[in-house]
Design a protein around this ligand. Sequence first.
Ligand SMILES: [Fe+2]
Length: 113
Amino acid sequence: MARLWGVWIHVRRVAKKAALVAASAGEEDSSMLLAAAWLHDIGYSPEVMETGLHALDGGRWLRRRGFHDRVASLVAFHSCAIYEAEERGWRICCAQSSSTRHRPSGTPCGTPT
Ligand SMILES: [Fe+2]
């Protein structure tokens, strides 16, 4: 529990920094950034954890719950998660179906390699 408290303190600091950046972004970008900042470490939650790679677990969890692909992808790929995933034998792949102007959006499919 103490570890999650530390994560919560960290998340609040990240969200505060993200708000500074979001102030100079457009409305859609800023809302995606703020959502991802608040949610980026949700993969540390025992209810969310699957693979043990918190970024991937968080991204997958958000995607299954219908969060926007960009938010799920920002969470899945944060902190260079793609390299940690590779080391652990997981693959974080990119979406093929997104028609947003922000393509390519990564989709945290999380398949073992
Ligand atoms: Fe973090």
